[in-house]
Write a protein that binds this ligand. Sequence first.
Ligand code: ADP
Ligand code: ADP
Length: 226
Amino acid sequence: MIKLENIERRYASDEVETTALVDVNLEVAEGEFLAIMGPSGCGKSTLLNTLGTIDRPTSGHYWFGDQDLAAMGEQALAKFRAAQLGFVFQSFNLIDELTIEENIALGLAYRKDVSGNKAERVAAAMDTVSIAHRARHFPHQLSGGQQQRAAIARAIVGQPRLILADEPTGNLDTANGEQVMDILTALNAGGATIVMVTHSPSHADMAKRRIDMLDGRIVASAMRAI
Ligand code: ADP
Ligand code: ADP
């Protein structure tokens, strides 16, 4: 489904040049659950943002199916993101002024292609993450775990082909982190393709494959032993 070829990402400033990604080659198959690990500053977020097309590689190719996204214009990319990707962030990124169900509906806001009853889709997404009892609440009225579950519902309501999660359990306690991991695992079992950055070895072990990064490179790749 996805193939990154010889991806480089350099940040240039006046005096220093940082290379965040060096010759990265990565394939992600449909239905995978991939964890990305590595020390702070090794390029994990840059890699995830590259997959999310919110960061552009300096050089290389990003094949999504038969399209090279590295060569695509901004407008086409925005449309691609809305239709194909779901994002989950460490800090939830819900909009404080909107209720939980309104936040989740934002996942369909730029989807002219979605037909049918949007309210039903939102209700189904809320059921998937067990947040329906908080539909009319505002984000600040919810615990962190509840907010992250709502953020996952927003990410999946449009039925994206790829879910990108950047440290989704990083701001949660152990119990809530495990609940979020259980939801991601269940989504993957239902066919969702997931790429997740994590600092937690035990959460990485719940993925089907793990890659380790160091200084902008992928230095190891391992399938989970079953
Ligand atoms: P990680 O997610 O593993 O902590 P990042 O992908 O955030 O790593 O960063 C990789 C490298 O790129 C780091 O050296 C970081 O300082 C650098 N970097 C990230 N974003 C920028 C930026 N906007 N400008 C300059 N350097 C950056
Ligand atoms: P869950 O929906 O995760 O199963 P519960 O509904 O069983 O959680 O209980 C958690 C309760 O604690 C919720 O009513 C939630 O709104 C409340 N709560 C937790 N943290 C906060 C917080 N920081 N501010 C307001 N309410 C909170």
